[in-house]
Write a new protein. Structure first.
Length: 199
């Protein structure tokens, strides 16, 4: 059984929570914006869509398993994003507040490709500085690549043993930086992982 992101963020205030056809919105944070939520977790991708994207992007099985349960997420008011998949040609409808989509994993890998496209798949990122999280297609380890002005640094600055470990440890770490209503308690720069040598 894979990670359930909604369970990981379940202890935050549930006032104003709602669910739509595409996503679950948790912990309303009106001081960020009138329709803002601390967490948006997207509903599972369809089997056909997932199968096509997994083959095209050569996704590791851990990514496929994750997207079977939830199709990405935008967590902690966007501090951390986990990419998902879109139907071909699908556009965001900004006029419909009930329609939400994750960052498109295919677009993210084209617009800001990992340092080694054959080895790594970009699966998420941090909004503070645009750092990217990539998974190694061969062994499933996850790496943080910091961003310079126009490109990602070629060497990772941090690593996790697996997708599950990255998501779980980062949600736990970030949870300590916010109060139960979703207000950040520290400087925004602290939403980034503490950089250390990759294991």
């Amino acid at each position: 059984m894979g990670i359930d992101v909604l369970s990981l963020v379940s202890h935050f205030d549930k006032a104003g929570d709602r669910e739509t056809s595409t996503a679950v919105f948790r912990t309303r944070v009106q001081w960020v914006g009138p329709s803002a939520y601390l967490h948006v977790v997207f509903k599972a991708a369809s089997a056909d869509l997932l199968s096509h994207a997994a083959a095209k992007l050569k996704m590791p099985i851990s990514c496929v398993d994750f997207l079977r349960t939830q199709n990405g997420a935008v967590l902690f008011s966007g501090a951390l994003s986990i990419y998902g998949i879109h139907s071909r040609g699908q556009l965001l409808n900004r006029q419909d507040p009930d329609f939400a989509l994750p960052f498109n994993i295919e677009d993210e890998n084209q617009n800001w490709p990992p340092p080694d496209r054959a080895l790594y798949l970009s699966i998420g990122g941090y909004s503070f500085d645009g750092s990217r999280v990539c998974i190694n297609r061969h062994d499933g380890k996850v790496y943080l690549f910091e961003r310079e002005i126009q490109t990602l640094l070629r060497s990772p600055s941090h690593s996790w043993e697996s997708l599950d470990q990255w998501i779980t440890s980062e949600v736990i770490r970030l949870t300590a930086l916010f109060d139960c209503r979703g207000k950040r308690l520290v400087d925004e720069s602290q939403t980034l992982p503490v950089v250390g040598p990759p294991s």
